[in-house]
Design a protein around this ligand. Structure first.
Ligand code: GLN
Length: 543
């Protein structure tokens, strides 16, 4: 039977609970345990799919087509375990389920209440599909004391009681701030946070204390005393040089050992850390560096392109080079900023996924620059669509080429997908369909042309990649685009949906309708990112 690790956060938000959960899971995995991480989000959106990337960061898409919190991306990148729809639940989804049931009459006669109905639903979510696991790590979003997270706190308190003794533990992540004027680390916020938690009936077993300065033994003992935990269970979590250094660092501080101790497991093998040692060796000892210009819309907030940021770095790890990313606001090119001045220093240009017309002409101009100057170019989702529009306008003579996403057009080189086949059968959409959860979402197979550039990169002709889009490149423009040198080298298995375009006569020019960044891992860099960075390394030797 699976054991449960409930992870809560205190004092402030943005403590990196997600990374902490991912790193702990990686350490348990390195000791041979089977792990899965789940995220409870206390907000009322049913999923983050309709939230702005500015508000919430990237929407992470799973193989089974769920639009989830970006922490699930960390979970996958650290453990390699593919996340599923059932690994992320929001309070909105919990209430939606309960209210639908209430309307159907399933609770006939009963008053529907937070306890037990909401808490039961949360517990059912936490414990579903866990038969083949050793550890389930459940991260509760938000900070202890938030009104929104109370039902989740109550649910994990109950679950701890429902489970056999020794089957679950609580890990609380807090902040130990440094007050420069006094030259001291302060433990009081941690004490208050734990008091808040215990008032909800939850006594943490382990405290993970984020701090900018080393935590002296005296402060560790003080926290232990006031918070009712063993001193060894107060784990200092100093800011790390890189997120991939976190597993090694937490291991050195004894986190995984304390977790096993709290469960009374004394015979676990030592972790095999080669994977993380190798990643850090590559990261700390690069043999060169490249600069990639990412021309997008949400460039003000790094989290909006979290997986992309990571995947580019993974491409660097594969080639033993440091990847500098220059985030460039596409709109600036429309407002008169000199495109050549911004893009000339780049060893590769990437146009990422996105929505809406804003900045699109800047993106199309960037594609043109990359094509004409023979600079490695990678277009992802909207980026591929922009590459096709650029190709249509400037190499196929279709001056009015556009996408119906940006308004009516006489040359819909990109148009709304109205029908496609999924595992659940034929999917149909219209322009009036709800916006939430109605895109072409999740893993779909594609067939690659035998002698294409991308088939060589993948070393395969059949691939599966994750999608999140409402529009597609219109296959009826294939002939003119191919005559202009833009080859359709990957198609959906039924041959209707273009999945990949490439320019074989260019140094490296690939556009993909899917999001390869979602599947890249530091220990298994995505082949497209590895190949793109390799091309950027070659480019860097030319300029
Ligand atoms: N807006 C485009 C579409 O819906 C691209 C989406 C994306 O880049 N994820 O097709």
């Amino acid at each position: 039977m699976a054991r449960y690790i409930f992870i809560t956060g205190g004092v402030v938000s943005s403590l990196g609970k997600g990374l902490m959960a991912a790193s702990l899971a990686a350490l348990l995995q390195a000791r041979g345990f089977r792990v899965r991480i789940r995220k409870f989000d206390p907000y009322l959106n049913v999923d983050p799919g309709t939230m702005s990337p500015y508000q919430h960061g990237e929407v992470y898409v799973t193989d089974d087509g769920a639009e989830t919190d970006l922490d699930l991306g960390h979970y996958e990148r650290f453990t390699g375990v593919s996340a599923r729809q059932s690994d992320n639940v929001t309070q909105g989804r919990v209430y939606q389920t309960i209210i639908q049931r209430e309307r159907r009459g399933d609770y006939l006669g009963a008053t529907v209440q937070v306890i037990p109905h909401v808490t039961d639903e949360i517990k059912a979510f936490a414990t579903a599909d866990t038969e083949d696991l050793d550890f389930v790590l459940c991260e509760i979003g938000g900070t202890v004391g938030d009104i929104e997270s109370l039902p989740f706190m109550e649910a994990i308190r109950q679950l701890h009681n429902d489970l056999d003794r020794g089957q679950s533990i609580f890990v609380h992540v807090t902040l130990v701030p440094y007050i420069a004027a006094a030259g001291e680390l302060k433990t009081k916020p941690t004490q208050h946070s734990v008091r808040e938690l215990t008032s909800l009936g939850i006594q943490p077993d382990i405290l993970l204390c984020r701090c900018e300065h080393p935590l002296p033994e005296s402060e560790r003992r003080k926290i232990a005393l006031f918070c009712n935990v063993r001193p060894e269970a107060v784990i200092p979590a100093l800011d790390a040089s890189s997120i991939y250094a976190v597993p090694q660092q937490y291991h050195a501080e004894g986190l995984d050992a304390e977790v096993l101790r709290a469960f009374g497991i004394s015979d676990a093998p030592a972790p095999t850390m080669e994977r993380w040692d190798d990643i850090m060796d590559r990261q700390l000892n690069p043999e060169g560096e490249v600069t990639i210009g990412v021309v997008g819309k949400y460039v003000g907030l790094l989290d909006a392109y979290k997986s992309l940021h990571e995947a580019l770095h993974h491409g660097g790890l594969a080639n033993r080079v440091k990847v500098n990313i220059k985030w460039i606001d596409a709109e600036l090119f429309e407002k008169g900023e000199d495109l050549a001045v911004s893009l000339e220093p780049m060893h590769g240009i990437l146009v990422p996924g996105g929505f809406g017309v804003r900045g699109s002409e800047g993106k199309i101009a960037s594609v043109r620059f990359a094509r004409e100057r023979n600079v490695p170019f990678f277009g992802i989702c909207l980026g591929m669509q922009m590459a096709c529009i650029e190709g249509a306008r400037n190499t196929a003579g279709i001056a009015d080429a556009s996408t119906t996403e940006f308004g009516e057009t006489s040359e819909p080189v990109v148009g709304l997908i109205t029908e496609w086949m999924s595992k659940e059968g034929l999917q149909q959409r219209t322009a009036e369909t709800d916006l939430g959860g109605t895109m072409r979402l999740g893993a779909y197979p594609a067939k690659l042309t035998g002698n294409s550039v991308v088939a060589g990169i993948y070393g395969a002709n059949d691939i599966s990649e994750r999608h999140r889009h409402r529009y597609e490149v219109n296959a009826s423009y294939r002939d003119p685009l191919e005559k202009g040198g833009l080859i359709f080298s990957g198609m959906s298995p039924d041959g209707t949906l273009p999945e990949i375009v490439e320019r074989p006569d260019h140094s490296w020019f690939v556009g993909v309708q899917f999001h390869p960044e979602l599947k890249s891992k530091p220990f298994d860099p995505h082949p497209l990112f590895a190949s793109f960075i390799e091309a950027a390394v070659k480019q860097s030797r030319l300029v």
